[in-house]
Design a protein around this ligand. Structure first.
Ligand code: CA
Length: 224
């Protein structure tokens, strides 16, 4: 059952969308403010987010920017009453995947949502890549520049996470939560030790550095 988060402050629209989506077989969660929406989006897992732009307590564009800045790649369908080119450009820059201008037909929203969900099939992606580094999820193999790299299970999971967030900074908290599944429970130096070990295996002096430290924040795997 696809999990969808709706962030919308118009109560009638919010409950209408939630009910409508549930009737269509979605697991729909609802948030009425930008703050609540951001909190849910960062603490639970969703397949897509429907995001209104004009929201109290953190507007939609800011929610979107904050999510993308933290490496959340969940597809976002933006709802906006403001049908101006400027807003669309801003929204796309902030990381929106699609747009729907209010008022819209529910059938149109369903069609856009289905298209977004089809696009976002991370679990079915079998090969993840960053520059000359490749991870084959089915064969559980990693190679860089054609040379196979042996990784422990945890190193593999850590690298997979970094590859899924390629070019986005991931914090140690995100790694603790999503890789170790122990939010706040993992000493950050444990993560640092794993990153160091991973780096030793994937980096080569003659090749460009991929796994970079963002001082005081976390790490980023760069493919450009
Ligand atoms: Ca609104």
């Amino acid at each position: 059952m696809p999990r969808v988060l709706i962030i919308e402050d118009e109560k009638k629209l919010l409950t209408g969308l939630q009910r409508g989506l549930e009737q269509q077989g979605y697991d729909a969660s609802a948030a009425g403010t930008g703050e609540d929406g951001f909190y849910l989006a960062t603490t639970r897992s969703f397949d897509a987010i429907i995001l209104d732009l004009m929201l109290p307590r953190r507007d939609g564009l800011q929610v979107l920017r904050d999510l993308r800045a933290r490496g959340f790649a969940t597809p976002v369908l933006v709802l906006t009453a403001r049908d101006t080119v400027d807003d669309k450009v801003q929204g796309l820059d902030a990381g929106a995947d699609d747009y729907l201008v209010k008022p819209f037909a529910f059938a149109e929203l369903l069609a856009r949502l289905r298209a977004l969900l089809r696009r976002n099939l991370p679990l079915r992606e079998l090969v993840l890549k960053a520059a000359d580094l490749e991870m084959d999820l089915l064969a559980r193999r990693v190679n860089r520049d054609g040379n196979e790299i042996e990784l422990s299970i945890r190193e593999f999971e850590l690298l997979e996470y970094l590859l899924r967030h390629v070019n986005a900074t991931v914090t140690r908290d995100m790694i603790a939560r999503d890789v170790w599944k122990e939010p706040g429970g993992v000493l950050t130096n444990v993560i640092d030790v794993y990153v160091k070990a991973l780096r030793k295996k994937i980096e080569r002096p003659e090749l460009r550095q991929l796994l970079c430290t963002v001082r005081g924040v976390g790490y980023v795997l760069r493919d450009q």
